[in-house]
Design a protein around this ligand. Structure first.
Ligand SMILES: *[C@@H]1O[C@H](CO)[C@@H](O)[C@H](O)[C@H]1NC(C)=O
Ligand SMILES: *[C@@H]1O[C@H](CO)[C@@H](O)[C@H](O)[C@H]1NC(C)=O
Ligand SMILES: *[C@@H]1O[C@H](CO)[C@@H](O)[C@H](O)[C@H]1NC(C)=O
Ligand SMILES: *[C@@H]1O[C@H](CO)[C@@H](O)[C@H](O)[C@H]1NC(C)=O
Length: 701
């Protein structure tokens, strides 16, 4: 009997109290909740039951929670756990002594013990909270105070269980979505920063391993006012915080720009009234002329200086393009001025011929230099950029020289080609087919030179002097040298020897064609010119007209293609505006300077150009400056999106006046021819475009 009792006791004892816990350490999330399991399979009577949860996370041991005498003794809890821990009261009677720990902190990591005492027995289990997963980004406690031109530190710390070098990325963005600085896969990618923050933003690289991603922002600008967001991403976790830069006052530079804007608009407005009265009366004394010029130049000069100063604040392309447009504006104003003929004669001649080509080239150079500046950011290869540079330089010189010698068609073509080059450059910035492009461009140039020489000297029988031969030989020679240089470059640097023969071959063909042309023209000039002339002149004009149409068409198509290509990216509107202007200006150099323009439209147009454009420009700049200071965001689109359409409008209206004048003259001529009882000559149609010398000079059979 005794033995039986003993065995029973033993069985009960074995069974008595077996406390179980989790099978392994627990991984929890910072700020999250966790159940720390502790249970026995067999229910235990509540009489005499005591459950003690202790933590020995740190050196000292502390009571987490206690269940005693049928109640939960929250009063015994150590303060660190007060209010965060509880049993499941309805589960205790079922032998489930698990606790629920909420709002987990970093200090909660460690080993917990669950001790259960009954009247006869006691047992315990341990639970380990091993990793506390955390992923928080902590920003600044208060808004940062900055003043223009100084430097400011924006606090941001990433506190994470993930080692810093395994973070996917940490980004600083300026509200709404301008990338300020990017840290990706243990590397700071400062090239990725937006233009506005290039070179101005950096991390403290020695602090990064500690999770300190504070941003050092140098040379603070007005537009930096506002929210900056520091965000971290890793696997499927992400967190962010916002840091504010408080509004700042205007710096002295900005006050200076505002004053310039004010001066420019008051000059434009103040001088505009007397000038318009005098101009209407057609007064042209010396004093009045000085006043006209003052009105045309001074506001633009102020705005030019304003934009140069703005270069510290604004985007590169915005500043350069606007400054160039303002710089070139007086040229166009002179060209369209109603008082042009009262200025010194030499100046008048140059302005009439060179106004439009120079205007176009100045803006083109600005656009090109901006594109070229992007070369550093790896958009273009050195080869593309330098061939473009050479091509555009040659074409610009060609445009000016031919405009100077009254070859307007040729000048126009050079400008159109420049445009095509610029477009190609922005379309295929990483084109690998640049050798083909080079050949195509140079063929186009040389082909045009040859065809126009043919047209001018063979069909029109213009004199073919040493000057012409020299000039055009130079063009052909430069093209050939250029091609040879290309073949060397392609051969050596790109290691592409297979295609280099094409360059030499093309160059050879140019030379042969050129020599043939010179021979033909010389020979033909020696022979009886009159007979030849009358028969073929019409054909020559046809050729000319067809070529011009083709190049205008090509240009237009390319532009449409470009627009389509760029509609997707939203910040290309500035470039579209520039390109539109650049496509409108070249036709201006195609027409002879008009002789008679209706007075009222001419007057209105000029006043709009001289005063209106300056006022628009200065208001735009001032608004931009004030808005940037106020909200910190860039509230206007790029400024040239506003300024350039007005400029384009001005030039379009002028073009209409030119075309109107051309049309009137053509009508007059046909009428005169009929009154003389003669047939209208076919060349009359193209006279305005190619010839300044009147037709009467050409001999009649
Ligand atoms: C103990 O109770 C908690 C809360 O109801 C539950 O999540 C857990 O699964 C229970 N444990 C056992 C072993 O029944
Ligand atoms: C940035 O952090 C440093 C160190 O923690 C602190 O002294 C400073 O006040 C913080 N700056 C802001 C703007 O919160
Ligand atoms: C991360 O970058 C730091 C600094 O460039 C370097 O010291 C560290 O070794 C890198 N860590 C890894 C895992 O590549
Ligand atoms: C991060 O490091 C910089 C430079 O040492 C220090 O100025 C800044 O206070 C640090 N930020 C934090 C939050 O510790």
């Amino acid at each position: 009997m005794d033995e039986f009792f003993f065995l029973l006791l033993l069985a009960a004892g074995l069974k008595a109290l077996q406390i179980e816990g989790p099978s392994g350490p627990l991984v929890v999330q910072l700020g999250g909740d966790v159940v720390l399991p502790c249970y026995t399979q067999d229910p235990v009577p509540l009489e005499g039951l005591r459950v003690e949860w202790r933590s020995d996370s740190d050196s000292e041991e502390s009571l987490v929670n206690v269940f005693q005498q049928n109640e939960i003794r929250s009063d015994l809890q150590s303060p660190a756990f007060r209010g965060r821990v509880n049993f499941f009261p309805d589960q205790i009677s079922r032998g489930n002594f698990s606790i629920f720990l909420s709002n987990i902190r970093t200090e909660d990591a460690g080993v917990y013990s669950c001790k259960v005492y009954t009247d006869q027995d006691s047992s315990e289990t341990t639970v380990e909270i091993k990793d506390i997963e955390r992923f928080v980004v902590i920003g600044a406690h208060h808004p940062a105070v900055a003043s223009v031109g100084e430097e400011v530190i924006l606090n941001c710390s990433v506190d994470s269980h993930i080692p810093i070098h395994l973070l996917e990325e940490v980004t600083w963005t300026k509200h709404p979505d301008i990338l300020v600085l990017l840290f990706q896969e243990n590397e700071t990618l400062s090239e990725a920063s937006s233009d506005r923050y290039q070179g101005r933003a950096e991390f403290f690289s020695s602090e990064i391993p500690r999770g300190n991603f504070s941003l050092r922002l140098k040379d603070v600008r007005l537009e930096d006012t506002g929210e900056f967001i520091c965000a971290a991403h890793a696997a499927d976790l992400s967190a962010q915080t916002t840091v504010l830069i408080q509004q700042m006052g205007f710096s002295s530079l900005q006050k200076c720009i505002l004053v310039l804007c004010f001066i420019a608009s008051s000059l434009a407005f103040g001088l505009g009234i007397p000038v318009s009265i005098l101009l209407w009366k057609e007064a042209t004394t010396r004093r009045v002329l000085a006043m006209y010029l003052l009105q045309a130049f001074c506001p633009n000069l102020c705005m030019f200086i304003g934009f140069v100063l703005w270069s510290k604040e604004g985007l590169l392309n915005e500043v350069v393009v606007c400054a160039a447009v303002i710089f070139a504006r007086p040229l166009i104003l002179m060209k369209t001025a109603p008082y042009l003929n009262t200025l010194p004669e030499r100046l008048v001649k140059e302005v009439k011929r060179l106004g439009f080509p120079l205007h176009c080239i100045i803006i083109m150079m600005a656009v090109f230099s901006v594109e070229f500046a992007h070369y550093e950011e790896g958009t273009f290869g050195l080869f593309e950029s330098s061939t473009m540079l050479i091509t555009i330089a040659l074409l610009s010189v060609g445009a000016v020289v031919s405009a100077k010698y009254a070859c307007r068609t040729f000048s126009f073509l050079c400008l159109v080609l420049c445009n095509i080059d610029l477009l190609i450059m922005s379309l295929h910035s990483e084109s690998t087919e640049s050798p083909a492009m080079v050949t195509a461009t140079s063929s186009f140039v040389v082909g045009m030179v040859l065809l126009f020489s043919l047209q001018r000297h063979v069909f029109q029988l213009k004199p073919f002097t040493r000057l012409h031969i020299g000039l055009l030989s130079a063009v052909v020679a430069v093209a050939c040298i250029f091609l040879t240089a290309c073949s060397v470059f392609v051969g050596i640097y790109l290691g592409n020897f297979v295609n280099t023969w094409k360059f030499q071959f093309t160059a050879g063909i140019y030379i042969i064609l050129w020599v043939a042309l010179v021979l033909v023209v010389r020979r033909q000039h020696k022979n009886n010119k009159d007979r030849f002339c009358a028969k073929w002149r019409g054909l020559g004009y046809m050729c000319c007209a067809v070529l011009i149409s083709i190049s205008i068409l090509a240009n237009g198509l390319l532009y449409v293609y470009y627009i389509k290509d760029n509609m997707k990216s939203k910040d290309s509107s500035g470039y579209l505006a520039v390109m539109a202007l650049l496509h409108i200006v070249p036709p201006g150099s195609l027409f002879v300077h008009p002789r008679k323009i209706p007075k009222i439209p001419h007057f209105i147009l000029y006043m709009f150009g001289a005063s209106g454009l300056s006022i628009v420009t200065s208001l735009t700049l001032a608004t931009e400056l004030i808005l940037k200071g106020g909200t910190g965001g860039q509230t206007l689109p790029e400024m040239h999106v506003i300024i350039l359409p007005f400029e384009s409008l001005y030039i379009v209206v002028w073009l209409c006046l030119q075309i109107h004048d051309f049309w009137m003259r053509k009508k007059d001529r046909i009428k005169r021819n009929f009154e003389d009882g003669e047939e209208a000559e076919p060349q009359a149609a193209a006279e305005g475009t190619e010839l300044e010398t009147p037709l009467t000079k050409t001999p009649k059979p």
